[in-house]
Design a protein around this ligand. Structure first.
Ligand code: ATP
Ligand code: MG
Length: 417
């Protein structure tokens, strides 16, 4: 942070010497006023992009079309945007073009919410042209100007609004909220951007509040109704709300929380949900596996160990944290007892080093081939041997397993007759 402060001082001096205005704007001012450390600093100036590119050696062309230049200094990259006015929005996401201005007031008016439109100069003086300070004090997110107009210009702002409320524990002003509720359409916005906002809600400080707002504002419903998808669980909104509540009791981990959200859906619907939101193959796989194994219970030791094998130790720990979180949310002593027992059994398995994965077996694929297994039979044989040692770990030695392989080969042959 020390380096960042010295970089900022350098920039303020540098611009002042050239008779240019420079302000910190947006999330950084908001966060500082809330007593939080900003993750990055966006700046705004009346200097033109070409001027800045000319002045600095280390410049990244982050969004020159919209007047943003990234300046690389020892503490990081500082995005400096020239004061601008946005011309007509035609695609529901971007202005058709921008006009630079030397009037910071106009720049503030194009920003999304009043709490994101505060300016701070090099002396730490805050400038507020849109009632942002009052809204920040009362914890209100309010669109600047007419919310219907602002949301139809750039539909991503609807999701940004809810995400901001969840991250900052703020309420949405009534008129702003009603505007989203009445028109949750997001056409023109890429699903990757929506996914990004959705993930930020899922790992936000106030995830329960964020989930409630996503449903209240019809944003999640819209994604699916638009595709004519109707979940079989008619009560899915209620299940989602409960999941968003329980999420507050588990770590802020994306896959964990996605699995909690989706397990009340049918397997094909879960897949569809993740596909519509364009989650990566890796995330989809992890979340779907967690959902499939959601109810793991140590009363069936084979199933319990199979679950560890399938999810890996990391995934299994996630599953236990979900069970624990849901039990805490539910305040159900029976559930808490089950989780405690699951944890105890799992700790024992790890401590004893019970065989879990195929690589832990005292025999390997070659032993199966030597015993006459071919193709798919090998996989079948390995999973039968694993089931055996899951129940009786003491059989995990070559002699016992080789004789098991022989006798199981006969069972397979019988089955194929
Ligand atoms: P954080 O960095 O914590 O996500 P932020 O408010 O800094 O929050 P950025 O996406 O970095 O968000 O944007 C910086 C500023 O640019 C915002 O505070 C806001 O003033 C403006 N802004 C960003 N996106 C939009 C948008 N879609 N419409 C209007 N103004 C926007
Ligand atoms: Mg920012």
């Amino acid at each position: 942070m020390k380096q960042v402060i010295s970089d900022l001082n350098y920039l303020f001096d540098f611009f002042k010497q050239r008779n240019k205005q420079l302000y910190i704007v947006g999330g950084a001012v908001r966060d500082m006023l809330l007593g939080k450390i900003p993750k990055d600093f966006d700046l705004t100036t009346d200097a033109l992009p070409d001027e800045m590119t000319h002045w600095f050696d280390n410049v990244i062309d982050t969004g020159a079309r919209f007047g943003t230049v990234g300046i690389v200094l020892p503490g990081g990259v500082y995005e400096i945007t020239t004061f601008r006015r946005d011309l007509q929005y035609t695609d529901g996401r971007h202005p058709s073009s921008v006009i630079y201005t030397d009037d910071v007031h106009l720049d503030v008016m194009r920003r999304d919410f009043s709490v994101n439109a505060l300016l701070m100069d090099g002396d730490g003086i805050v400038y507020d042209y849109v009632g942002g300070l009052a809204d920040l004090n009362r914890g209100i997110i309010r669109a600047i100007g007419n919310p219907d107009d602002r949301f139809s210009e750039d539909k991503l702002r609807k999701w940004r609004c809810v995400r901001l409320a969840a991250e900052q524990a703020m309420v949405i002003d009534d008129e702003t909220k009603a505007s989203i509720q009445n028109d949750p359409d997001i056409s023109g916005v890429s699903m990757e951007r929506i996914q990004n906002e959705f993930c930020r809600v899922l790992i936000a400080d106030k995830v329960t509040w964020g989930g409630y707002l996503l449903l209240k504002c019809n944003l999640i419903q819209f994604l699916f109704h638009e595709r004519d998808v109707h979940f079989k669980n008619r009560d899915w909104r209620h299940s989602f709300l409960e999941a968003f509540e329980a999420m507050a009791f588990v770590p802020r981990h994306l896959e964990t929380r996605l699995a909690m959200l989706l397990h009340s859906l049918e397997p094909d619907e879960r897949e569809l949900f993740l596909t519509v939101l364009k989650f990566s193959g890796r995330t989809r796989k992890q979340v779907l596996a967690l959902c499939d194994r959601y109810q793991v219970n140590c009363n069936d030791i084979v199933d319990f160990k199979q679950t560890i094998a399938e999810l890996g130790h990391g995934g299994f720990a996630t599953l236990l944290s979900i069970q624990q979180g849901e039990a805490a949310w539910d305040d159900g002593s029976l559930k808490c007892e089950i989780v405690k027992k699951n944890k105890r059994i799992y700790a024992g398995i790890v401590e004893r080093g019970d065989p879990i994965f195929a690589r832990d077996l005292a025999v390997n694929g070659r032993d199966f081939v030597a015993a006459g297994y071919r193709g798919a039979q090998i996989k079948q044989g390995i999973s039968a041997a694993l089931s055996l040692v899951y129940r009786y770990p003491e059989y995990n030695n070559r002699d016992d397993l080789l004789s098991f392989i022989d006798s199981y080969a006969e069972t397979l042959a019988e089955g194929e007759k």
